[in-house]
Design a protein around this ligand. Structure first.
Ligand code: KIV
Length: 292
């Protein structure tokens, strides 16, 4: 299947994403977690489907992403990869699946490709991850970097906060971006950094930057599927633009169903199965004459 995908002319591969920058074409990335969300996201024209560890929040109802496991990530990747015919599928490596050592990281990232069907992985962290990124890339595991607000560092950062606001932090982010590029990352997520910082990094690196809360100067943008469609009940960050209110529409549709069941309007006889003609005659006779 993955071989077939690569021969399709319109398939989005890792080199295609990397080349987007030179071509001046923006990258559209959406998160997806299962078959239907991936089908919908791909049909909308998304280039990259990120199986984000945000699934911990929007699918599992947790308050952060830390509890997501490798097994869960592999499972969600299989559903998204089955749905994706054209888009690049990226597995977002969960907390503690790549931090404990390069050997574990290689095996865990490899599982997301081998068993999950993803074509690349995303890992959080800057220059300190560069040796790991190099090792993964040398072993044919394409890596998307992620700097700025890295949600797995929630406790170390003291909360979900905008990063890179001081000159020192800004310089560090630039160093991080360059180190990840040198290590072989094919693209870079910039999360919650001032737009000036994102602009500077975007012009300094040759790989595409994909922003989330990083302003309009990135080479691409990503939003979480549930945030964008109005399906998440939690707090929405100011960088999220809701393009739909589907949570409300779903509630309305479902309560309409409930009303129809209670009032007997659902189902009608047309929505039921009927006996075949002979059996129907026999049943009608039985009704008129009682048991023969
Ligand atoms: O987990 C996720 O969905 C992410 C994106 C928001 C970049 O990491």
């Amino acid at each position: 299947m993955s071989k077939m995908r690569q021969t399709l002319p319109q398939a989005i591969t890792v080199p295609v994403v990397r080349a987007r920058k030179a071509a001046g074409e923006r990258v559209v990335m959406l998160t997806a977690y299962d078959y239907p969300s991936a089908r919908i996201a791909e049909d909308s024209g998304a280039d990259v489907l990120l199986v984000g560890d945000s699934l911990g929040m929007v699918i599992q109802g947790r308050s952060d992403t830390l509890g997501v496991t490798l097994e869960q990530m592999v499972y969600h990747c299989t559903m998204v990869a089955r749905a994706a015919k054209r888009a690049l599928v990226v597995a977002d490596m969960p907390f503690l699946t790549y931090q404990a050592g390069p050997r574990d990281a290689l095996i865990n990232c490899g599982r997301c490709l081998k068993e999950g069907g993803a074509q690349a992985v995303k890992i959080e962290g800057g220059a300190r991850r560069a040796p790991l990124v190099r090792r993964l890339v040398e072993n044919d595991i394409p890596v998307m970097g992620h700097i700025g607000l890295t949600p797995q560092s929630l406790h170390a950062l003291g909360g979900f906060k905008v990063q890179g606001r001081t000159l020192e932090a800004q310089e560090q982010l630039l160093k991080d971006a360059l180190a990840l590029e040198r290590a072989g990352a094919f693209s870079l997520v910039l999360e919650c950094v001032p737009l000036e910082v994102a602009r500077e990094i975007t012009s300094a690196v040759r790989i595409p930057t994909i922003g989330i809360g990083a302003g309009p100067h990135c080479d691409g943008q990503v939003l979480v599927f549930h945030d964008l469609l109005g399906l998440y009940e939690g707090h929405l960050a100011r960088f999220v633009r809701p393009y739909g209110d589907f949570g409300r529409q779903m509630r309305e549709a479902l309560s309409h169903f409930g009303e129809d069941v209670r009032s007997g309007k659902f189902p009608t006889e047309e929505e039921a199965f009927h006996l075949q003609t002979d059996a129907a005659h026999a049943a009608a006779k039985k009704e008129v004459h009682g048991t023969p």
